[in-house]
Design a protein around this ligand. Structure first.
Ligand code: HEC
Ligand code: HEC
Length: 275
């Protein structure tokens, strides 16, 4: 084989290999990494995984939770679900601009916000074991993703896509019928939950400062997440059921009730009355 042909063959073989590797990398970044990091970092990542799955019961996170939900109640399969509250690739979008807080926030801040609102609990201190472990777990799940910070909102590339729908057409009365058909078995007639599903309204649910308390966000999440294992609602059904669920009482969000004592707060400078 001539020298030139050799270069051509091997050069091309190499470029094929690198093209394939690049493609695999892109796919890999959408998957859970196959291996935990070595050493103490791996232990912290595993702890974060446990906390995401057992948030309301684990002794480290329980003190900061005010309802019967775990992170995995909404971030399905511990955040490994590709669309219903996915944590895959999420860390790549942070630090991100938060219009609500009128400042740039970190992934850790974002985690702590879900404690205050979706978990109806108290904001754990920045840098606390619980906060670092969960943030490490979510960051690990973004391994291989190129960093692409989000200048518009604190959301990662796989956040729940918001349905394009005329929300004035969401009908809570029809939603009640659909809820009985598709949801009641697991979430209960009274919405307070059963052994097969957590509460969707009432005192043990998320508060009215949480994303899911807004009908468009709830409907969009239902469309990709519920009924569990068989998300098959039409857009109209998702909108109607979301309107029905959110017509019920749930805890009221008052920011000052969800902050720890000042000396445990670290730097948190959102507007005092920000919703
Ligand atoms: C009641 C449901 C619910 C619970 C419980 C919940 N979250 Fe969330 N979380 C949401 C919703 C809704 C969003 C917005 C996601 C979207 O629009 O895709 C969100 C967003 C996030 C984000 C930003 C995601 C992104 O794409 O940038 C992080 C990180 C997060 N939550 C972490 C947590 C952690 C950690 C816990 C447990 C301590 C938790 N959440 C509990 C509903 C919940
Ligand atoms: C087979 C049982 C089952 C069915 C049917 C079901 N869910 Fe769920 N749902 C669950 C479970 C379990 C979770 C928590 C996920 C986890 O822990 O893995 C959940 C989580 C939720 C959540 C977020 C957490 C919370 O409690 O606020 C909402 C909202 C929800 N479901 C609404 C619905 C709606 C609306 C329907 C009907 C369209 C429905 N579900 C059907 C079992 C079910």
């Amino acid at each position: 084989m001539s020298y030139r042909l050799w270069i051509y063959r091997w050069g091309c073989w190499l470029c094929l290999v690198s093209a394939t590797t690049a493609r695999l990398d892109a796919e890999d970044s959408a998957n859970v990494p196959s291996k935990y990091p070595d050493g103490p970092l791996g232990e912290v990542v595993r702890l974060g995984e446990t906390l995401v799955n057992q948030t309301k019961d684990h002794p480290l996170s329980k003190p900061f939770v005010g309802n019967q939900l775990n992170c995995t109640s909404c971030h399905l399969d511990g955040g490994t679900h590709p669309s219903a509250g996915s944590f895959l690739q999420t860390a790549a979008a942070y630090p991100a601009w938060s219009p609500r807080e009128n400042r740039v926030i970190t992934l850790e801040d974002r985690v702590l916000n879900c404690f205050m609102r979706s978990q109806n609990g108290t904001r754990p201190p920045n840098g606390s074991q619980v906060s670092v472990a969960i943030t490490a777990y979510i960051t690990w799940m973004s391994s291989g993703s190129p960093i692409e910070m989000n200048p518009r909102k604190p959301l990662g590339p796989r956040h729940v896509p918001e349905l394009q729908f005329d929300w004035t057409k969401a009908n809570a009365t029809q939603g009640e019928e659909d809820y009985k058909t598709y949801c009641l078995d697991c979430h209960g007639q009274d919405g307070l939950g059963t052994a097969d599903g957590p509460p969707v309204w009432g005192p043990q649910s998320f508060n009215d400062g949480a994303g899911l308390s807004r009908v468009p966000k709830m409907a969009s999440w239902l469309k990709v997440g519920m009924p569990l294992g068989d998300p098959s609602l039409t857009e109209q059904e998702a909108a109607d059921i979301a309107a029905y669920i959110n017509s019920h009482q749930r805890p009221k969000f008052k920011l000052e009730q969800h902050l720890p004592p000042q000396e445990k707060l670290g730097e948190y400078n959102a507007e005092p009355n920000s919703r």
